[in-house]
Design a protein around this ligand. Sequence first.
Ligand SMILES: [Zn+2]
Length: 190
Amino acid sequence: MKKVPLAVLLLFIFLALGSATGITTSAGKFADRLAGKLRLYVHVAQLYTKDPDEQIAMPVKDVSKSQIADTWQAPRGNDRQHQGQDIFAPQGTPVLSATEGYIANIGENSLGGQTVSVVGAGGRLYYYAHLDSYAPGIAEGDWVTPQTELGHVGTTGNAAGTPPHLHFGVYAPGGAMNPLPLLTDRPKEP
Ligand SMILES: [Zn+2]
């Protein structure tokens, strides 16, 4: 039962996002959004009870696991450690969801630039950052699979001026975890 508090916290985050963005929409749209959000809460609560994925798919097209230089917890500035892995690829390379789950957030922040966050089994959050652009048509609350395109590799946020890469983070309820041991190569396309 110790899993419940984070699920409740997630619900409050979603509710807060909903109330912040719902004010400017019409009442009808707001009701639709609210119904959509409520469905999402139920789905996320269901996902939360599942065991977390032991293996996840490489989130950048045509990159293999052996190409990733392990920078987990490498120093970043004076007081930060790298809470994820950087997966380098040409600008515009498709970023695919590593797991099944629901899109919890699509948004911009100063470090990550354009980001997508997906809630997966076990309440894990998968974080895709520095996106050059979002995949057309994706929305918060969408169900995704490892075949779903989320966006494209870029240099937004604090990756400006660096070679284009995806910053990929995995956050378990207990905190950040190293994505590298979980990653598996996708089957080669013919
Ligand atoms: Zn990074």
